[in-house]
Design a protein around this ligand. Structure first.
Ligand code: B12
Ligand code: SF4
Length: 473
């Protein structure tokens, strides 16, 4: 009797960031009560905020190849099941988790289990990944993974899989959720309508990973997917596209056709939506409840310096007001510490948040990611605070320690002013006010703001420790 090849697909937890803040206790041993509280809050954050399954692995696990059985192991919720027999383990590698991915790969390979690495870090840094794997898959793997699995069955897995062209997203590739434990997640209704981004913000690498041309799936396929998903999971949908309104005509047609399905959804958009009244109305009527918008900066000099060109400073506030008036809540993400920012920037951000009544502000510091333009520039300018070749340095923590020197502000002054800014934006009074003020999903807005009040307190603790270290050096 031949048995199926057992393939595990692994998603790793990040050290901090949206997976929960890193420990606030530094080298000191916390009390049992504090540890318990920290763990409890961490798991609450996971369950309520961002506990969504990895779409990449849902897509790969949906590829059916005779003789292969695939299992998703989400290490945010479980330990890797070493006790089971695996014929192949595929690990999704993002830069912040690369060190952990390599460590797991090493442990598996010691046991004789072949390891495939894929995902954004592999696409950008194949040379650094090669020594840690039996096989690398470069780029989008929708077609390549089927090829690798067929080769596995034939006993001829190759060391590298790569294609000159990205997969054709017009083909029907139904996503299955059979290998997910649905109860773990806040929702399993994840849909991606297209890939690629026409803009080139210098702190982002989506245009490098997925190209600069927007490639879309077929609207019929998308409507079918949403209908099918909503049958067995009634929870909210998340459209993971980086800018769901990047092609307004496409979005208009898609979301008009979703109106009869009666779903609720959230996604990521540009604030230009405020100037697209027909689309805004369609979004609201198709069940859009909240959107994440990358405001990044309201300083024209910073926007220019970081190539954030898709919407203009003077239009931002009006657009945000228009979107909120349609009943859609906004999570507006800022970055303080960009190259045009000064010590006056926090006051401008505060005024902007008050004036626009943003529902959930996100006040981030710049996280220079290897493979982005800004990372290369900061390295050349000698402004990185960590060894650029040490991938474990580039933690994607939640507004925690600074990774670079701001251009116009000394590091200690920056840390103090950033901490002061987050203290003023996030406190219980503001959380309650924003919860009441929100144009919808008031409880969720309150909840988010309360969590952020907690998380930014942790961020200030980390920054204070960094400041003490700097001052004592
Ligand atoms: C939704 C999303 C999230 C969600 C869900 C997490 C997830 N990864 O599914 C949440 C909110 C939890 C999240 C968290 C974070 N995210 Co995020 N996220 C995204 C986003 C917007 C979409 C991801 C997605 O579903 N893409 C669709 C799938 C189909 O594409 P894909 O993931 O690239 O997968 C394809 C290939 O890469 C490859 N592949 C991927 N994995 C594997 C594995 C194997 C074995 C193989 C063979 C192939 C393969 O095949 C897939 C199909 O073609 C992307 C931006 C983007 N455009 O991708 C950022 C992105 C992935 N996130 C990023 C970051 C930095 C984070 C955080 C670290 C943020 C933070 N500060 O905490 C955390 C990390 C948490 C974690 N444990 O991963 C970066 C990663 C950059 C990098 N160099 O690694 C991205 C690219 C955004 C950016 N512009 O920088 N994120
Ligand atoms: S930040 Fe958003 S708009 Fe800018 S390049 Fe990345 S995905 Fe595109």
């Amino acid at each position: 009797m031949t048995t199926n090849k057992q393939v595990a697909l692994v998603f790793l937890a990040s050290e901090g960031g949206v997976d929960g803040a890193r420990s606030i206790y530094g080298d000191t041993e916390p009390s049992a009560l504090k540890r318990w509280l920290d763990k409890g809050i961490g798991s609450l954050i996971k369950r309520t905020q961002f506990a969504i399954p990895p779409l990449a692995l849902m897509i790969l696990a949906s590829i059916e190849v005779p003789g292969v059985e695939q299992t998703i192991c989400d290490l945010r919720f479980e330990e890797f099941p070493f006790e089971r027999q695996w014929d192949l383990v595929g690990i999704s590698v993002q830069t912040g988790m690369a060190a952990r991915a390599f460590e797991l790969a090493g442990r598996l390979r010691e046991r004789g289990i072949p390891v495939v690495l894929g995902g954004p870090h592999v696409t950008m840094f194949p040379d650094a990944c090669r020594p840690h794997a039996d096989c690398l898959v470069h780029g989008e793997a929708d077609d390549l993974w089927a090829e690798a699995l067929r080769d596995l069955v034939a006993g001829s897995l190759r060391p590298e899989y790569r294609s000159g062209t990205p997969p054709d997203l017009q083909l029907h590739r139904p996503v299955s959720r059979a290998s997910l434990r649905k109860s773990r997640y806040f929702t399993t209704n994840l849909v991606q309508t297209g890939r690629g981004c026409p803009w080139q913000c210098d702190f982002c690498n989506v245009h490098v990973l997925n190209g600069r041309v927007l490639r879309q799936r077929r609207i019929d396929h998308l409507v079918d997917e949403v209908r099918r998903f909503s049958h067995d999971d009634k929870r909210i949908f998340f459209f993971v596209d980086d800018s769901i309104n990047a092609d307004p005509h496409f979005a208009q047609e898609l979301f008009s056709r979703l109106i009869p399905l009666g779903i609720t959804w959230f996604g990521q958009a540009t604030t230009a939506l405020g100037q697209q009244p027909e689309l805004l109305d369609t979004f609201a009527r198709s069940g859009c409840r909240a959107l994440l918008v990358g405001i990044e900066s309201i300083e024209p000099l910073s926007r220019q310096a970081h190539r954030k060109t898709q919407n203009r400073t003077e239009e931002l506030a009006g657009n945000i007001r228009a979107i909120r008036q349609s009943g859609i809540c906004l999570y507006g993400s800022f970055i303080y510490g960009l190259d045009g920012d000064t010590l006056d920037t926090p006051a401008t951000i505060l005024d902007f948040i008050r004036e626009t009544r943003l529902d959930v502000p996100g006040i981030n510091t710049l996280r220079p990611t290897p493979g982005t333009r800004v990372f290369d520039r900061l390295r050349e300018e000698g402004r990185l605070l960590f060894d650029p070749d040490d991938i474990t340095s580039f933690r994607y923590t939640f507004g925690q320690e600074m990774l670079y020197r701001p251009k116009n502000i000394s590091l200690p002054d920056f840390i103090e002013s950033y901490s002061e800014l987050t203290r003023k934006v996030f406190n219980i009074g503001n959380a309650v006010r924003r919860g009441i003020d929100a144009p919808g999903i008031n409880a969720a807005v309150l909840f988010f703001n309360l969590f952020y009040t907690h998380l930014y307190r942790l961020s200030r603790n980390d920054l204070r420790r960094q400041l003490e270290t700097l001052r004592s050096a």
